[in-house]
Design a protein around this ligand. Structure first.
Ligand code: BG6
Length: 609
């Protein structure tokens, strides 16, 4: 997820581009760049935050009134000036910015290299600049034709803004699946990945559909379909205020990111599937290596640690490989005894958490193979781990992780399934069934978000003065209850504990009294009856029971409030039950009027010990 912006009009483009990019930094902030049409097309790029680019541009004469800009969230190629956008074709006649992922970029590189094209970056985007240039030169049918042919040829998602050296007065755009909005006012035409970038200039916008192209002139916009025919579009008025717009119309980044989970879970699943097989080849892990691992150690902090606890249950049951899970701050100092035939998996959204990085170095010091499950491309842990599996959650702004957590679960499911297959613990029929169920998860999550948000908001509004809460479950339900409890604690400051349901009667049940909020998660058939009887024990002490169960589970007798999630594979329920748990944490915090996105005493990534 990157941010693109473009302008063609009467005014100096550079100011409008930099202003727009500053409103899109929540979409990516590891590098940025602009291209401005003056005598020639000037391309200026910088690594790091937008301020670095602004410093570079500060003393430059860039008076052009047509330009494009980009703020990056690396997916292909580490954050660097070379990989930053805009990217140019070999001879500089095509310059573009791109948001999205080109899936068949390697195939296109092979094709273009046969036509003597050379590539200077590690990005999938540079391919777009050259393939457009290739068609532009080959067919001599102009920019629109070259872009349309490219759209037919590439696979993936994209929103692009393109400048052609030969057409100085025009700015071209096209999209498929990635967001794009086009604005118009008396000063010119604007394009951006999201409303906040142009709202300051105009509220009059066009919506461009998939596989359409548009030419932004200085005073109008012309739209074309894939056949090159002109299509009429209506200008619509945007009514949002700026801060709301940055959150895509949501009140907080946390609830926006909770609602982005179906999309990022789908993206992460697709990145780990090749046709109907799990494909871990991008990690560089070989079949032989996987077969050789005798022990797995999962090490992480905070919510990422809870992904590890879930993964332990799945890996041990499915792949029959022993798994030990550690918090990184303990692992790094407890002088762990590590099996030489082991694999240490470090899970981290930021890839910069100090304790997790130190744990990685400890494992490497002991000569143990390491795999990073990381969301930020090019981060320290990603660079130092022997193998990396990238999650595709995109930038996560809210301190309390939600969508990154869900993509980490997907990564661990894929590892468990593939390790089980490679270690011959899984027959082809069960393997195929697991992958079918995996592919249904994004829709399952959408159903919960569509059907349950209001219910959970209503439930949460009953607890404005909540002091304590308990989360209980067995097996994977216990593992995910740890995350539910942390979600509530970290944003609402309510004290809460998560407990193995069977453990409650060995002490903690003494804390249950009339009205004590107890959230019971019961999705695992093998222990369902056991969990139910634990809920009865709590109910009989006056607990207020919120049950999170799979569809049609019989819990109405013991529950004060029931949240049903769609049926799925027993190993995948954490991906469904975590959504209501996130929503409970969010809505109780909102009902207390607290700063949901920036909770006190916390940071998005703790880079100090
Ligand atoms: C905390 C974040 O600082 O670090 C948590 O607030 C996160 O949300 C934890 O789970 C670990 O961070 P990371 O980046 O290593 O996953």
């Amino acid at each position: 997820m990157c941010g693109i912006v473009g302008y063609n009009g009467k005014n100096k483009a550079v100011d409008i581009l930099l202003d727009g990019l500053s409103k899109l930094e929540y979409r990516g902030y590891d590098s940025s760049g602009v291209a401005i049409k003056n005598e020639k097309i000037d391309v200026i790029k910088a690594k790091g935050k937008l301020t670095n680019l602004k410093e570079k541009i500060a003393n430059m004469e860039l008076n052009g009134t047509c330009g494009i800009g980009h703020t990056r969230w690396a997916t292909h190629g580490e954050p660097s000036e070379n990989n930053a956008h805009p990217h140019t074709s070999n001879d500089g006649s095509v310059v573009l910015v791109h948001n999205g992922i080109i899936e068949n970029y390697q195939e296109l590189i092979d094709k273009l290299e046969k036509h003597k094209y050379k590539f200077y970056s590690e990005t999938d985007t540079e391919v777009l600049a050259n393939i457009i240039d290739y068609y532009y030169k080959k067919y001599q049918m102009g920019p629109m034709d070259a872009i349309n042919r490219t759209m037919v040829r590439v696979r993936g998602s994209y929103a692009i803004a393109v400048m052609f050296k030969d057409h100085p007065d025009d700015l071209w755009v096209a999209r498929k699946d990635s967001p794009m909005i086009i604005g118009l006012n008396n000063d010119g035409a604007y394009v951006a990945s999201d409303v906040p970038a142009i709202l300051k200039y105009t509220r009059n916008v066009y919506y461009i559909d998939n596989m359409e192209t548009a030419c932004l002139k200085k005073n109008k916009v012309i739209f074309y379909d894939l056949n090159g025919d002109v299509i009429k579009k209506e200008l619509k008025e945007i009514k949002w205020d700026i801060s709301l717009a940055e959150k895509g119309g949501y009140e907080h980044f946390m609830i926006k990111e909770i609602n982005e989970q179906p999309e990022v879970v789908r993206k992460t699943i697709n990145s780990l599937l090749n046709e109907d097989n799990i494909d871990l080849s991008k990690t560089g892990l070989t079949i032989e290596e996987i077969r050789s691992f005798k022990q797995i150690y999962i090490v992480a902090c905070g919510s990422a640690y809870h992904v590890g606890v879930c993964a332990q249950y799945i890996l041990e049951d499915l792949a029959r490989i022993p798994v030990r899970v550690d918090t990184a701050s303990e692992f790094r100092y407890r002088n762990p005894i590590l099996d030489k035939k082991g694999l240490v998996i470090i899970i981290s959204q930021s890839g910069e958490t100090a304790d997790s990085l130190a744990a990685l170095r400890e494992a490497k010091k002991q000569g143990i193979k390491t795999l990073g499950i990381i969301n930020v491309v090019g981060s320290s842990i990603a660079r130092e781990a022997d193998h990396v599996l990238y999650t595709l959650a995109g930038p996560e702004i809210a301190v309390a992780t939600t969508k990154a957590f869900s993509t980490q679960l997907i990564a661990m499911y894929a590892i468990a399934i593939q390790f089980a297959k490679v270690k011959r613990k899984l027959n082809n029929k069960d393997y195929a069934k697991l992958i079918d169920d995996l592919k249904l998860l994004p829709d399952n999550i959408s159903v919960i978000l569509k059907d349950k948000q209001e219910d959970i908001q209503r439930l949460s509004s009953q607890f404005p003065n909540l002091q304590d809460a308990f989360y209980i479950g067995r097996g994977l339900d216990y593992a995910i209850s740890l995350e539910g409890s942390l979600k509530l604690k970290e944003v609402s400051y309510v004290h809460s504990e998560a407990y193995p349901a069977g453990e409650l009667k060995h002490g903690t049940i003494s804390l249950i009294e009339d009205g004590t909020l107890v959230i019971g998660i019961a999705t695992q058939d093998k222990v369902f009856e056991k969990t139910l009887s634990n809920l009865v024990e709590v109910k009989s002490r006056g607990g207020y029971i919120v049950s999170i169960v799979s569809k049609n589970a019989k819990v109405d007798k013991v529950s004060d409030f029931i949240i049903e999630v769609p049926k799925t594979n027993k190993y995948f329920y954490p991906s469904l039950t975590v959504v209501p748990l996130q929503l409970i944490g969010y809505y109780i915090t909102v009902s207390k009027g607290l700063d949901v996105d920036k909770p006190r005493n916390l940071a998005k990534s703790v880079t100090v010990e």
